[in-house]
Design a protein around this ligand. Sequence first.
Ligand code: LLP
Length: 435
Amino acid sequence: MDWFNYRDGQLFCEDVNVDELAAEFGTPLYVYSRKTLEHHYDELTKAFAELDPMVCYSIKSCGNVHIVKLLAERGSGMDVVSGGELYRAIKANANPAKVVYAGVGKTDDEIKFALQRGIGYFNIESEAEFENIAHIANKMQMTANAALRINPDVDPKTHAKTTTGKKESKFGVDIERAKRFFERYGRDKFIRLNALHLHIGSPVYSAEPYVNAITKALGLIDELRAMGFEITALDIGGGYGANYVHEQTPPYAEYAERIVPLLKPFVDGGGRVIIEPGRTIACNAGVLLSRVQYIKVGGQKKFVILDTGMHHLVRPAMYESFHFIWPTNVAPAHEPAQRLETMPNEGLDPADVVGPICETGDCFAKDRPLPPVARGDLMAIFAAGAYGMVMASNYNAMPRPAEVLVSGKGYELIRRRETYDDLVAAEMELDLMPI
Ligand code: LLP
């Protein structure tokens, strides 16, 4: 579900013609729909309402402070994985008590920062990390809650690069080791180890892997309680799907139907459930707008060359992921009723959609059937709100795109386009040539 729709052949974000945004702010441009963000946050929260979970939006998926702020204002906590993301959460006025902090390589400075700010939970990934955090907390005479990240060894059936809950992954500790972990550290004075965390991967398009992982976690909680440890929270991570193609992901109710009854007894017994959704909130709320620079025809192949590429949206190059791409202005016959991997082929012409980066891998789509497109046309790359801008780089010294947030008929520039000066701003002064 999203609010990017064609009206008489023209793509609108909510009630704003996206061509007007491109004319005002230039391209490439990330455009977000506020209504879509809020819809997904609200629907997910509603689906899990019986558990009254602490929803911690995963900042890594789309981290502009304006977006973080609007979700914080809706009551969301934050899932962070670095000091920088914690900084974003604080800037956006998120409640630090509702921040969970994961990641296998937290540095001392990041740990101090998080302790000073009084975050909700450290999600701890290893013995060495626990010892370090406890040591720092002791020195600072501060206390904090911690969840042990367990690795439930389930296969979420997603891309190898985004699978995290299998035994051979670098994340968390396995269930057997978890018991020894609690025996060793479960009575620390400074870091109260009183919760479990898991995250199986992303995106996960069915409830089954969650059910398997949560069942294992609940079993472990029983054992830990029997050993005399208090477990007050279970963080079940993120990973809920998004619609890269039409109705690809099950409705939230379908996940909740299986997950809620499983966790209800834990909640009824006073336990807190935490969820960490990222993609499912941000993905369909954003498109990347790009101007066609050139059409190049060589032999049998046609290339549509855009002014954006893997430096601004790396997912196709990195995970072979599919993003629907379509001109923003088309003949009514070419309005896409649904966004599909294979579109009904009438009047479409296959082309490779590529970027300007000097790498063959800088390719969004191969042999993708498209309506007629010409130099200067505007294209929308859909479902780019999550893991889009956050993974953008300045490779080939290309400034990163601007970001605009649309709400109804209104819109706001929430990040300006980078300039050439930005590209060198952090580099130490040299006798630079005036330009
Ligand atoms: N919690 C933890 C501990 C995570 O590692 C992640 C994502 C999330 C929550 C949020 O997952 P989500 O709800 O967004 O699926 N760059 C990749 C995705 C990497 C996900 C990393 N961890 C992509 O573009 O597909």
